[in-house]
Design a protein around this ligand. Structure first.
Ligand code: NAD
Ligand code: TYD
Length: 355
């Protein structure tokens, strides 16, 4: 048996593929366009492993996806492929509409054609799992209850609006065409192989290289952090036992203000890699101009997936963040490879005028 993963050279998709090869017996077809966020280095441990087949292509290329499906006949498609960074979506929303909306539409159409042609038993067993975000629900005030699956969609950034649109397409392809879909809406992930444009890896790397640790606004925005391998186990569980057409919120029960996250990273680095010239890493914290339209708080009620499918996260924030810092300290080669030219250009554009 075979599954097809899109976006499997990115942060979460890469972790998912590595875990899948380690824990399951099926082959993975990994369809990825290798944008700036896709890194084959993440998958280099799979070199020579015939259960991992990499296909360089775009989810929006319907003909290419059709051929891939016809050739490998997967029993499931898991869609991670997306443009995923809010700040980039503010600078240039076009790519987000193209991949997250138009790309998902084309992927759904290619998958529908393939699924329509399957024999009855394979058709029944087939699954399309769409990986989405809690950001589609918009922002919460301090005292609001966490997002559950019945919250209204109120996306505020070009990124979250494009993901919301993709969720609606997936839902419609189920209701209209009967495509057997599942959707997960997850909170902020962190862990190994995270591209250093997002808060946690950016802070670890900037701290180690003596740069400023940029905090947007007052640093009191809250995110609900989930260790990436817990997200991967939730996706495997939903794929295995989720009810067709349903959505599942996935979260870590770990709400933290950004400033606390940054202080936690600094404290671990002070312990594991004390600064050579003395002083604390937190001395590098710098408050910079806030993100436009910055959502104040995200929080996930992950009760449904726990009640119905028995899934709970294994890591606390304290255990997960320590593992993450240790991973970055031990994997400077990976970091060196991803922080080449294109990365530097982005950092220049985003931060130079602010700090
Ligand atoms: P990422 O940006 O690290 O990786 C995205 C991957 O998709 C890259 O490998 C990229 O090359 C590939 N890709 C982009 N456009 C493509 C296209 N048109 N065709 C094929 N491949 C393409 O993203 P991530 O953080 O791993 O997120 C994966 C998914 O999970 C996304 O759908 C994102 O919305 C969702 N999500 C992310 C988080 C998070 O905290 N990172 C939280 C919840 C949900
Ligand atoms: P990020 O990792 O970009 O994820 P998201 O915007 O999808 O939640 O940002 C996490 C939080 O950290 C968010 O509130 C923005 C904030 N942030 C900073 O304060 N400084 C930074 O340099 C970055 C990248 C993010």
């Amino acid at each position: 048996m075979t599954i097809l993963v899109s976006g499997g050279a990115g942060f979460i998709g890469g972790n998912f593929v590595l875990d899948w090869i380690e824990l399951q017996e099926e082959t993975v077809i990994n369809l990825d366009r290798l944008t700036y966020a896709g890194n084959l280095d993440t998958l280099k441990g799979l070199k020579g492993n015939n259960r991992h087949i990499f296909a360089h292509g775009d989810i929006g290329d319907r003909e290419f996806v059709r051929e891939l499906l016809a050739m490998h006949r997967p029993r499931a498609v898991i869609n991670f492929a997306a443009e995923s960074h809010v700040d980039r979506s503010i600078h240039g929303p076009g790519d987000f509409i193209q991949t997250n909306v138009v790309g998902t539409f084309n992927l759904l159409e290619a998958v529908r054609g393939y699924w329509d042609g399957l024999p009855d038993d394979e058709k029944q067993a087939f699954r399309f799992l769409h990986v989405s975000t809690d950001e589609v629900y918009g922002t919460l005030s301090k005292d609001d209850a966490p997002f559950n699956e019945l919250n209204r969609y109120e996306p505020n950034s070009p990124y979250s609006a494009s993901k919301a649109a993709s969720d609606h397409l997936v839902r419609a392809w189920h209701h209209t065409y009967g495509l057997p879909v599942l959707t997960t809406n997850c909170s902020n992930n962190y862990g190994p192989y995270h591209f250093p444009e997002k808060l946690i890896p950016l802070v670890i790397l900037n701290a180690l290289s003596g740069k400023t640790l940029p905090i947007y606004g007052d640093g009191q925005q809250i995110r609900d952090w989930l260790y990436v391998r817990d997200h991967c186990s939730a996706i495997r569980r939903v794929l295995e036992a989720g009810t067709l057409g349903e959505t599942y919120n996935v979260g870590g029960w770990n709400e933290k203000p950004n400033l606390d996250v940054v202080h936690a990273i600094c404290a671990i680095l002070d312990e594991l890699r004390p600064k050579t010239g003395g002083g604390k890493y937190s001395d590098q914290i710098t408050f910079v101009k806030d993100r436009p339209g910055h959502d104040r708080r995200y929080a996930i009620d992950a009760g449904k997936i726990e009640r119905e499918l028995g899934w709970k996260p294994q890591e606390t924030f304290e255990t997960g963040i320590r593992k993450t810092v240790e991973w970055y300290l031990a994997n400077q080669d990976w970091v060196g490879n991803v922080t080449s030219g294109a990365y530097r250009e982005w950092v220049g554009k985003q931060y130079e005028v602010q700090s």
